[in-house]
Design a protein around this ligand. Structure first.
Ligand code: ASP
Length: 322
């Protein structure tokens, strides 16, 4: 199933100040969650949108807006980022995040951190306070301590529902080796893109990665150009899905390149990259894309994607494909 959600024509350019968020894509079809669970997801998405949009509305920077929205989702056990992250094969939580500023093309990223409460804040600190773009594991944590970021015990990230899912995944893996059934996956990465009143775009992504990942595996979320990209000349993108495919296709950069060089709308570019290129390679997932003119797309080739958008004329949150 392929779904592309673009914005209705009447909304375009009505008010460019916009925030778009996602909370992961995957095997999300109606009936997957109880009405109470759906309501909880939607309420948290709405809260994240409101937090980010409030900053934009007051003339704040798009970087501040995406950080505020992502921190709320990292702190929520509902999503696979920060508290509520999935478990590695060794039963640990290893977190990746990145951020990019569309005005300066500055970027910051961290991979495999285990005790920094909000990896998105750390990614931003790397962008702002170091001459480097990316730090990994203990080095990233040392940088976090030196710069006063909030440090927690690794068990802070533990949630019972992810632990149960980890145990089930281990069991299923054993069974599937015998029966070779397809994997039932659901991602839960979080991301945000925003356009502020000064015309600056920003993008950020934060994740626990994929259940049962091993050997220090790093996905697309902290890779600039794959999981995150922002350039005021084209668009801002945050990705979620099977990271290996997103890295190989440099999904986020590819979408912005199509907008910049081929003159495509954000919807056309996202549609080509997700429903054509990613699909053909055999990968799945989705993206949120926001253009320099406020045009946006929420495109995925999975059954659903936790997502939401807010600008002066619309506020919408959704889970399933339409
Ligand atoms: N893209 C993430 C990764 O591969 C997973 C996700 O989006 O949920 O690490």
């Amino acid at each position: 199933m392929t779904v592309a959600m673009a914005q209705p024509a009447e909304e375009r350019n009505a008010s460019p100040v916009t925030i778009v968020i996602h909370g992961g894509a995957g095997a999300l079809s109606p009936g997957r969650y109880s009405p109470e669970e759906e309501a909880a997801f939607k309420a948290k998405l709405a809260e994240a949108l409101d937090a980010g949009y409030a900053i934009l509305e007051q003339g704040g920077a798009s970087l501040d807006a995406i950080e505020a929205a992502i921190v709320l989702m990292e702190d929520s056990p509902l999503f696979n980022a920060g508290k509520g992250a999935v478990f590695t094969r060794d039963g640990k939580n290893e977190l990746d995040a990145s951020v990019m500023d569309g005005a300066s093309l500055n970027a910051g990223a961290v991979a495999g951190v285990t005790k920094v409460k909000n990896p998105i804040r750390l990614a931003r600190a790397v962008m702002k306070k170091s001459e480097h773009v990316m730090f990994a594991r203990e080095g990233a944590e040392e940088f976090a301590t030196e710069h006063g970021l909030e440090i927690v015990k690794p068990k802070y990230f533990h949630t019972d529902h992810r632990w149960d899912a980890y145990k089930r995944a281990l069991e299923n893996e054993k069974k599937k080796k015998e029966s070779r059934q397809p994997r039932d996956f659901k991602y839960g990465t979080v991301g945000a893109v925003a356009l502020d009143a000064n015309g600056n775009l920003a993008a950020g992504t934060s994740t626990g990665g994929m259940t049962l990942k091993r050997y220090g595996r790093v996905g697309d979320a902290p890779i600039i150009g794959a999981g995150t990209f922002a350039d005021n000349k084209s668009c801002a993108v945050s990705s979620t899905g099977h990271g290996e495919y997103f890295i190989r296709l440099t999904i986020a950069r590819e979408i912005c390149a199509q907008v910049e060089y081929a003159g495509k709308t954000v919807d056309e570019a996202a549609d080509d990259v997700i429903n054509n290129r990613l699909q053909k390679l055999g990968g799945d997932g989705g993206v949120i894309v926001l253009g320099a003119d406020g045009d946006y797309a929420m495109t995925f080739n999975t059954d659903g994607m936790f997502r939401g958008v807010k600008n002066a004329v619309t506020k919408e949150v959704a889970i399933y494909g339409e």
